[in-house]
Design a protein around this ligand. Structure first.
Ligand SMILES: Cc1cc2nc3c(=O)[nH]c(=O)nc-3n(C[C@H](O)[C@H](O)[C@H](O)COP(=O)(O)OP(=O)(O)OC[C@H]3O[C@@H](n4cnc5c(N)ncnc54)[C@H](O)[C@@H]3O)c2cc1C
Length: 378
């Protein structure tokens, strides 16, 4: 006996699909409504640490994900300059325990495809081009759902896994929203030079951080983190030019990245955000998880991992319990709020140190070791 028999999920990101897999495997009737017309995953690649990999194992998706990605341990720090010398080799924490690699990179499109296949195989109905537009939660133990302004019937629970600009969060009147942290990021998906076997970060030079993460034998994603600017309307041509210009201070594997950019690899841009919804994340039979509930800059690469943990803990409780009661919500919040809050705060702090170091350097004052002006382009 599970606490719910019929659940609707808003969003087919990692949080929504992970929740769908777990519930459907337990025999719950699951409808996933995804506003986009098809599965799409912008942003090229993603780093997943051991705690995320452990959730994939619990979902039954780990073998497929391991085969599609590139596992590694450790983090290299390099300095700007033509030779891009490695200045530190740092060990990683095995956040998922000894049975999993400490990190892996994977193309976002492969991750999305694998989770979708597992959700459908488990029996979840996933519908694309279906936007959740309204709810009526007056009945205490059910919620009526409106999809594209038409009633889609009643559910025992609606899980709002609908991302940063969550409609579900708005519909239940939660006012906390993502705020920009002051940093923007350029990303591109390119080929992997043989010497890149783990994430490598460059501090100093014209941007806050330059880096890349391998995602497969032949692929990796590369990124430049800079001061946030209104660059959202930038043409493809200008986006490529900006990545080329801003990366010229970095040698080593960046020479190969620039060659791929010149050959047509696309660059995309977004801002870093931060927010955490205070408890409770639910209003009766509606709950928000993943980026709908919290966001953080990817300075410790934990956003998706935390979204997966939300989905795992929530569905574990829904499957183990007989009823959705206050005790269930209390346990959910006790297990998720402190941990998600710690991750958001740590991620924001890392970024803020760099922004502060940059500001202090501009003012001629104290310079943090990772401040942007610490090392000018060589
Ligand atoms: C630049 C950058 C780099 C990052 N790198 C990492 C990293 O390396 N490692 C890591 O762990 N995390 C990383 N993250 C964070 C990670 O991408 C997110 O935390 C994660 O993807 C959130 O997943 P989600 O399922 O909560 O939301 P999403 O993936 O945003 O999915 C939400 C879905 O809901 C749909 N939707 C929205 N509204 C509705 C509606 N009304 N009805 C139906 N569907 C709707 C959307 O179309 C979307 O498909 C990064 C984030 C950024 C910005």
């Amino acid at each position: 006996m599970t606490a719910v028999r019929k659940v609707a999920i808003a969003g087919s990101g990692v949080a929504g699909l992970a929740a769908a897999i777990q519930l459907a495997k337990a025999g719950v009737e699951v409808d996933v409504f995804e506003a986009k017309p098809e599965l799409s995953a912008l942003g090229s690649g993603i780093s997943l640490q051991g705690n995320a990999l452990r959730v994939f194992d619990a979902l039954g998706a780990w073998d497929d994900i391991r085969d599609a990605g590139y596992a590694f341990a450790g983090l290299n720090l390099r300095a700007p300059g033509p030779d891009a010398p490695i200045v530190a080799q740092l060990p990683d924490v095995a956040a998922g325990g000894p049975d999993y690699p400490s990190s892996m990179g994977i193309p976002r499109a492969d991750l999305a495809r694998i989770l979708l296949e597992h959700a459908q195989r488990a029996g979840a109905r996933v519908q694309f081009g279906k936007k959740i537009t309204g709810i009526d939660a007056r009945a205490g133990d059910a919620v009526e759902l409106f999809v594209d302004d038409e009633s889609a019937g009643e559910y025992d629970l609606l899980i709002g896994a609908d991302g940063l600009n969550s409609t579900v969060r708005d519909l239940v009147g939660i006012e906390t929203k993502p705020q920009p942290t002051g940093m923007g990021i350029w990303r591109t998906f390119v080929s992997r030079p043989a010497e890149v076997e783990s994430t490598e970060l460059y501090y100093g030079g014209p941007v806050y951080i330059a880096g890349y993460t391998p995602t497969g034998e032949n692929s990796m994603y590369a990124f430049l983190v800079e001061k946030a600017e209104d660059r959202f309307g930038t043409s493809d041509e200008d986006a490529t030019r900006i990545m080329l210009d801003e990366s010229r201070a970095y040698g080593g594997p960046w020479n190969s990245i620039r060659a791929d950019l010149e050959a047509g690899a696309r660059a995309n841009y977004t801002w870093f955000t931060k927010h955490i919804v205070e408890a409770p994340w639910n209003r009766n039979r509606v709950v928000v998880i993943g980026d709908a509930a919290h966001s953080c800059p990817p300075t410790i690469a934990q956003g998706a991992a935390q979204a997966l943990e939300d989905a795992f803990v929530l569905t574990e409780l829904l499957v183990a319990r007989d009823t959705v009661d206050q005790q269930l919500w209390d346990e959910f919040h006790a297990r998720r709020l402190p941990r998600a809050t710690a991750v958001v705060e740590a991620s924001v702090q890392l970024g803020q140190w760099q922004i502060d170091g940059d500001r202090d350097a501009d003012a001629g004052g104290l310079i943090f070791g990772i401040g942007k002006k610490m090392a000018e382009p060589v």
